[in-house]
Design a protein around this ligand. Structure first.
Ligand code: B1M
Length: 236
């Protein structure tokens, strides 16, 4: 997977789509920011939908990084470089994914929970939600219950999103929900959770409204649950 000297002379434009996606994934793996950005731009020039570029080239590439991280082939410094290359690619896609003329569909506060600094997936969810017309307040990483509560008081969102990528940090989501309950704010909110180690049973067990497997599911779930809530209120 790792780059070789021949790559230095490689003209990305000469590659067909399939080869280019593979090359972007290789470059992401090797943490080559500029090459990833160039590859993403070429796919867009070729008429690829931004979401397709995101899922096939970038998320696909990060999956390979994740597998090799798990298997002890890659280590934190390399994964950090890959993450930075992924973020650079995401920045090219951001304006395309978030552009929308639609009236605001609702408001979301989102963050990665305390103890956890993984933010790529959470930022992707934020981007896709913005693209779907939501106003998103992204609190960042390593966010404790107090910060979540403060943001809820300040912004009065419809949706609270939490992300956790570690089995050690996912239980903290329950703490946040308990604190919302104590403050009497839980019922005002739709609480959505996500992150690779979670599942629907976990979401139910901690009292969240739904588990979202990926960013697209997060958008659909947010819309669906908001619609349901509006209908319930209209019936009441
Ligand atoms: Co970390 N890391 N990492 N890491 N890292 C994982 C999560 C791990 C699974 C790797 C592995 O071993 N295979 C493993 C966790 C094991 C476990 O707990 N079971 C792990 C570990 C162990 C660690 C450290 C402890 C390593 C160490 O220090 N020894 C350390 C912990 C740091 C901390 O947080 N305190 C650590 C550090 C890092 C880096 C800093 C190097 C870097 C993060 C950089 C960054 O985010 N800025 C990093 C990375 C990049 C990963 C992997 C390789 C990739 C994560 C990622 O960005 N995926 C990851 C391996 C993996 O996940 N398979 C791994 C791409 C992203 C698009 O997917 O985040 O899943 P994902 O998001 C998806 C969905 O999950 C969902 O939608 C997203 C988009 O479709 N989603 C939501 C996510 N959040 C959501 C919120 C929602 C809804 C949906 O709200 C409504």
């Amino acid at each position: 997977m790792s780059g070789n000297e021949e790559d230095d002379d490689l003209d990305l434009r000469e590659l067909n789509d399939e080869e280019l996606v593979e090359q972007i994934q290789d470059d992401l793996y090797d943490g080559l920011k500029e090459e990833v950005v160039e590859g993403v731009e070429i796919l867009l020039e070729r008429g690829w939908e931004p979401y397709k570029v995101l899922t096939e080239a970038l998320v696909g590439g990060m999956k390979i990084v994740g597998d090799d991280f798990r298997d002890g082939i890659l280590f934190v410094p390399e994964v950090l470089l890959a993450a930075n290359a992924m973020k650079a690619g995401m920045e090219v896609l951001r304006p395309l994914l978030v552009e929308t003329g639609a009236p605001k569909a609702g408001k979301m506060v989102i963050a990665t929970v305390k103890g956890d600094i993984h933010d790529i997936g959470k930022n992707l969810v934020a981007m896709m939600m913005e693209g779907a017309g939501f106003e998103v307040i992204n609190l960042g990483i390593n966010t404790d219950a107090e910060e979540f509560l403060k943001a809820v008081e300040e912004h009065n969102p419809d949706i609270l999103g939490m992300s956790a990528l570690l089995t050690t940090t996912m239980p903290y989501m329950k703490t946040v929900i308990e604190e919302l309950e104590k403050a009497g704010r839980r019922d005002d909110l739709i609480v959505l959770v996500g992150g690779a180690p979670l599942n629907a049973d976990f979401a139910e067990a901690i009292g969240a409204d739904a588990y979202c497997r990926d960013a697209a599911v997060a958008v659909d779930t947010a819309k669906e649950l908001l619609k349901r809530r509006h209908n319930q209120r209209a019936d009441a």
